[in-house]
Design a protein. Sequence first.
Length: 116
Amino acid sequence: MTGEDIILRAWDMVGDVDTSIQMKRYKLADMVMYLNDGLRDLFSRRPFLLLSATGTVNTFTELTVLTYNTSLLTITESYREPLAHYIASRIYESDSDDDRNDAMLKRHKDLYQSNS
């Protein structure tokens, strides 16, 4: 799984469905930044995810707009949805000037926390 897999799911969750990355409402650079934040949070909550099969500790390398779609993440597919919810919560947090977005922020944040 790559960062792109998670970001595409997050865009879908927030209804940003334009097929052109350049035309997306939520910019790729922001999505990658939110994904990196989510991965840092996930690894702080679940440090065992950084362990390799041989017992050595892997390090977290931040993704960039150049590597988000080519770098393989060392986590299982089961974290795709929770991380997409994390990104969606950050999007709604940046648009939290109305009550509806506040409700969506809380919903996605709760889904991330309960499933990660």
